[in-house]
Design a binder for this molecule. Sequence first.
Ligand code: FAD
Length: 503
Amino acid sequence: MSEEPIGRIVIVGGGTAGWMAAAALSRYFGTADRRVTLIESDAIGTVGVGEATIPPIRTFNAKLEIPEDEFLRATNGTFKLGIEFVNWGQIGDRYFHPFGFYGQEFHGIAFHQLWLSERERGGGGKIDDYAMSAVAAAERRFARPEPGIQSPLAHLQYAFHFDASLYARYLRKRAEAQGVERCEGKIVKVHRNSESGDVDSVQLENGERISGDIFLDCSGFRGLLIEEALGAGYEDWSHWLPMDSALAMPTANAGSPDPFTRSTAHSAGWQWRIPLQHRTGNGHVFCSEYMSQEEADRLLKENLGGEILSEPRLLRFKTGMRKKAWSHNVVSLGLSSGFLEPLESTSIHLIQNGIAKFISLFPDRSISPVERDEYNRIMRASYEDIRDFIILHYKATQRDDSEFWRYVRDMDIPETLKRKFDLWRLHGRIFRDQAELFATPSWVAVMIGQNIWPGGHDPIVASLNSNEVAATLRHIANAYSQTAKQLPTQEEYLRRTGAWSNA
Ligand code: FAD
């Protein structure tokens, strides 16, 4: 078996996926003997949405040694403490899915079990009172935890909202400084090796051919290499997640941007609200089988908080994933590898995860099926775990006001999710599989937020002194509440730290 190293990496596409990959690969693999080339076409452009993230993005940025305040300034970014869900369980309901965790374990027993038992005794307040990120979000306030300082603020977890095209531009600058060659041009042909079937080169409109040992397909929904050239196949999940369209439009900010995303359910979909420094991103994700574009447009515009800055843009998609994310010498990343609606802001995370796993399984030129298969196994598990968590939001509804909600409420769900529901319904237990992205607090937030109550709490709680439990709960809620009230607003904080862009 050849152990010749990969000499040339070719990245096809310069959207969020392409430039994230370029910045990361040039950081780890950009040596004098290895070239990283990125091809993109200004004429085709990027999808241009994708503005909300989850906390692991901070690890990605940190690995690239990106200074957080500089990054926020460059992308008009803001902090995000979680997602506020409106009208999901029933019309009029409102709950928060915070980053981080609730309270603290007590003698190894999950905190939500203590809260459930206290609730049975008529106390406990709201579960939100016990998550630092939720309490700060309710006050619309934010400050970073200070490293090394033990205080309730140390329990606050955050991610970012940012302008996706500015993020790509920022990463491009870093990637080019690390030696990435950018090639502008439209790929019109893909040349494959007649024996191995691998991709040898891609051909631009001007006739230039760019060859590579391995290709990262970041070409967006079409999957120029992975699907159009290699026919990897697509697994369609739209029977579980039937959303297939989105209208996206920006509005002006009215006041300090809230440090959270809002998701408001409508009759056949939901509307996002993502506050950045200079504007608010809005969009209506809907299912065209149950709602016309005109109706989606009307609902979106009726529920905006600020002046419209431009008319909505329509995007179409199909939920699912590529049957093989890595086929031959092509690794798909971003929209070319699959799509899960942005309800829990997971797409950029899947790009980051794909890049990290590719780096850990970086092959030789011969490309062993062992590494390729492992990559495909890991990425499938990541997609499926997130898919189940998103389906939960639809299945766990009591809404009966439209054909759409009746369909999702009554639909069959994957066996993996059914198991989670069954365990929860008995004694409120959640078990997280090894590499699952969403931990117990996330499942608890959505189950309780959407009124799915367990039959009872874990019987092990009976071994605890209930007065002690009640006192601990009161202490945590007071500490979080007092801490949150003293925090600055998001805008004050961004200005104070020099992260406000003045754009
Ligand atoms: P694209 O942005 O489409 O980029 C494709 C690139 O390929 C472009 O540079 C294009 O020029 C190039 N290209 C294509 N064909 C050719 C060719 N023939 N020759 C040369 N170049 C070519 N994710 C989140 O994490 N959070 C969110 O809040 C979120 N919201 C979303 C909302 C909606 C409605 C949608 C649809 C997606 C959302 N996403 C979100 C997903 C996120 O937008 C994408 O994961 C991210 O933008 C990555 O896109 P991409 O780089 O894969 O593709």
